[in-house]
Write a protein that binds this ligand. Sequence first.
Ligand SMILES: NC(=O)C1=CN([C@@H]2O[C@H](COP(=O)(O)OP(=O)(O)OC[C@H]3O[C@@H](n4cnc5c(N)ncnc54)[C@H](O)[C@@H]3O)[C@@H](O)[C@H]2O)C=CC1
Ligand SMILES: O=C(O)C(=O)Cc1ccc(O)cc1
Length: 366
Amino acid sequence: MKQTVLIAGLGLIGGSLALSIRETEDIRLIGFDSNYSSLEYAKMNKIVDDVYSDFGEAVVQADICILAAPVSVTVELIHQLNHLSFTNPLIITDVGSVKGPIMEAANQIKSENIAFIGGHPMAGSHKKGIQAAKKNLFENAIYVLSPTTSSSEEDLEKLQALLTPTKSKFLILEPDEHDEMTSVISHFPHLIASSLVHQARKWQTTHPYIPKLAAGGFRDITRIASSNPLMWRDIFFQNRSKISRLLADWIEEMMHLKTLIDAGEKSQIQEYLEQAREYRDGLDSRKQGAIPSYYDIYVDIFDQQGAILKVIELLAKHDISIKNIEILEIREGITGVLRLSFQNKNDQELSQAVLTKSRYDTVIEE
Ligand SMILES: NC(=O)C1=CN([C@@H]2O[C@H](COP(=O)(O)OP(=O)(O)OC[C@H]3O[C@@H](n4cnc5c(N)ncnc54)[C@H](O)[C@@H]3O)[C@@H](O)[C@H]2O)C=CC1
Ligand SMILES: O=C(O)C(=O)Cc1ccc(O)cc1
């Protein structure tokens, strides 16, 4: 019998999940969103079979429901469940970047027919909305699952089976442990990235060349500051106690660094940098990182008109999808370097073969 799967919140993450599971046999995929144009887009592009603008009407039909709205909305939707009646078993999961408040709301679900399993696919982008959704967004990413006392082993297996087409890697975590770790490796770095951008903006008033000088390093470390402010506001608010603790630690760490800098402690500063480099280099993010790094290739190009386009066209001809492109260095008349990022090793290796055949110099850093 066909299972009905509801995705509540058809944005970047909900839309990407829909795209990766929609070809599964024997499921009817339905979507709910408060934004009418997202519903229309999802229906027009056959991302889901049917759309609903009323959560209650949609969720009572579902066998599995994925809540993919902002964290605070997800909490509200969970509370709404207590005003509905469920006659058949229903597995509910979510995709929220913070688990604590969502699991707290889930613990208050009254219906015995609902099994709740927290979830968080650890991949995304700075874009938002269903138009930015991608079928392979979660490939190779960690997908955190947090079962509750309301869910059985069989429920967990059913959910994992549904999510298998995402090609992500499941990791079972306690919600609090999840929130602690994501505050360190995702939420807090985001705050710092935004603060660095603010610092540069302040200095620009007296140093107008700052934007021209902002090179690869500044761009690398502040990339995530270009993400969706509404979503991140919600994340900071929902995980504020953990983030505040990290801020206090960070301020202490900065004070320590200031002491070293003010005292001109060369050797201690070098040791600090060496220790950081050692730890950073040891993080083999492809094997153990929560947020996977992409598979990169560095390509030498010459500063000629259309040089970048030629590389892109060459790869497109071979149906290779590029996840990200960055120009690392290009000055007039001089060789530049393009960093191309791919979703998986296969695309990375295929691209290298294609580019080498066309006489490009490429490097893959191990
Ligand atoms: N963007 C990212 O990189 C990642 C986001 N997440 C989590 O995924 C969730 C969704 O984020 P995105 O898809 O990026 O955001 P988005 O802004 O692309 O999508 C959110 C969707 O929720 C809908 N929505 C907002 N309020 C609603 C309401 N009251 N009722 C019904 N629908 C409503 C919006 O119309 C939109 O379609 C968030 O909880 C976020 O923490 C998880 C992993 C990565
Ligand atoms: O693009 C990046 O580096 C991200 O940080 C994506 C991301 C954003 C939010 C999440 O909860 C998980 C992953």
